[in-house]
Ligand binder design. Structure first.
Ligand SMILES: Cc1ncc(C[n+]2csc(CCOP(=O)(O)OP(=O)(O)O)c2C)c(N)n1
Ligand SMILES: [Mg+2]
Length: 398
């Protein structure tokens, strides 16, 4: 049952995050023709990871730095939970609206770390964990329940130098209770991540005492690999260059079929494996990387039973589940109004119901009960507050 709820939440967050950006750019009246912006493809890439993390793994004492460009997913999630009013989302990226990047000071929906400058949120989690250990070591810190400090990071965030400084600092201070979850879509702002780079990055994590958990294939793919001919499909996927995988994803099921048949067609098991699937099923299979499979992500999180720092390398598709999946210019690219209209129909959202939190949900009461029971949200806002100290007025200079 949890698995079905996670799929429903994932679909709601995908829709609401994309609608929020679309509304800001194409529907909200504006004074000029300047694009408002927002990152649909970066959000789609992260949506399954965030669904599994928040709704199956996190506890209230955990703290999360969200990849800046996944801010719409974060706000969509808080909206689904009833923690931010619709007006804030209608003003996304505008005055007094939900912020472009999660902000502790300007957002109202329980942001843990402000992010925006890529790499900074990532590093902050490890320093926060070290500070937490300092507090725990103090006589006055004993009743603190230690939380995990979690970074949801883009793969290109690992280009930032401060990430490597803090890996060293963490090693010096016996870093623990820290998770970095890398959204490994192999696309950056304007290019494809260089082949082979991550084998080196894995070694770097290993050298500093981190566990690396690679999550490459989703449940659909793993099931297909068990069919006759499946081992050859797996081998093909594992060898496919990053740029080809993105381009084929963008082109869709028909093009996947001709390329796979060209490379693997054997008039035997592999051809039959491919032939059993419609174009749409084939595309869904090829896009079912581990980081876009909520069940696979939930299992990966649940399997960690220790405090050592963990780097999850979750393979994803940038723009997953949308018409701009894998497109080489999808970083700042937006779905056009025409694409959005077709995608709305595909997602089953009735016209006029775009902001409805529970639109498309078969059994809203069951979902609401599940949301209300989610440990991370169950106790309300998790931020520590304290009274402000009164400060004496400073005398005006003579
Ligand atoms: C310090 C800093 N350098 C550069 C940028 C510009 N920038 C914005 S997003 C981005 C990379 C995006 O790629 P990735 O982290 O892989 O995220 P994705 O959108 O693929 O999920 C860069 C370099 C920035 N925001 N901050
Ligand atoms: Mg990326």
């Amino acid at each position: 049952m949890t698995s079905a709820h996670l799929k429903t939440i994932e679909s709601r967050l995908l829709w609401l995050s994309h609608w929020m950006i679309h509304h800001a750019n194409h529907i909200r009246p504006k004074a000029d023709a300047i694009k408002v912006g927002g990152h649909q493809a970066s959000s789609a890439s992260m949506v399954s990871i965030m669904t599994a993390l928040y709704f199956s793994a996190l506890r209230p004492e955990d703290r999360v730095a969200v990849k800046p460009h996944a801010s719409p997913v974060f706000h969509a999630m808080q909206y689904l939970m009833g923690n931010i009013p619709r007006e804030k989302l209608e003003r996304f990226r505008g005055f007094d609206g939900a912020q472009s990047y999660p902000s502790r000071t300007k957002d109202v929906d329980d942001v843990d770390f402000s992010t925006g400058s890529v790499g900074l949120g990532v590093a902050m989690t490890s320093f926060a964990s070290i500070v937490q250990d300092y507090i725990l070591a103090k006589s006055w810190g004993g009743d603190l329940r230690p939380g995990r400090m979690v970074a949801l990071a883009g793969d290109a965030e690992l280009d930032e130098g401060n990430v490597y400084e803090c890996l060293q600092e963490g090693w010096k201070n016996d870093l623990r209770n820290t998770w970095w979850i890398i959204d490994y879509n192999r696309q950056s702002l304007d290019g494809v991540v260089r082949e082979g780079l991550f084998q080196r990055i894995e070694k770097t994590f290993d050298a500093f005492g981190w566990d690396v958990v690679k999550i490459k294939h989703g449940a659909l793919q793993r099931a297909a690999f068990l069919e006759p001919g499946g081992a050859r499909l797996r081998d093909w996927i594992d060898r496919c260059p990053n740029s080809d995988y993105s381009a084929l994803t963008f082109m869709g099921g028909g093009v996947w079929r001709s390329r796979l048949m060209d490379d693997l067609g054997d008039q035997g098991d592999v051809s039959a494996l491919i032939g059993r699937r419609s174009d749409a099923q084939l595309a869904a299979l090829m896009e079912n990387l581990g980081g876009n499979c909520v069940d696979t992500m939930a299992e990966a999180f649940a399997a960690v039973d220790h405090e050592r720092p963990v780097c999850f390398l979750a393979y994803t598709v940038k723009g997953w589940g949308t018409p701009i999946a894998g497109h080489k210019d999808n970083h700042g690219g937006l779905m056009t109004p025409k694409q959005m209209a077709a995608w709305r129909a595909h997602m089953g959202v009735p016209e006029g119901m775009e902001w409805e939190r529970f639109a498309t949900v078969g059994n809203p009461e069951a979902l609401k009960a599940f949301l209300a029971s989610t440990p991370f949200f169950a106790g309300g806002p998790r931020r520590h507050e304290d009274a402000q100290l009164a400060a004496p007025a400073i005398a005006a200079p003579p």
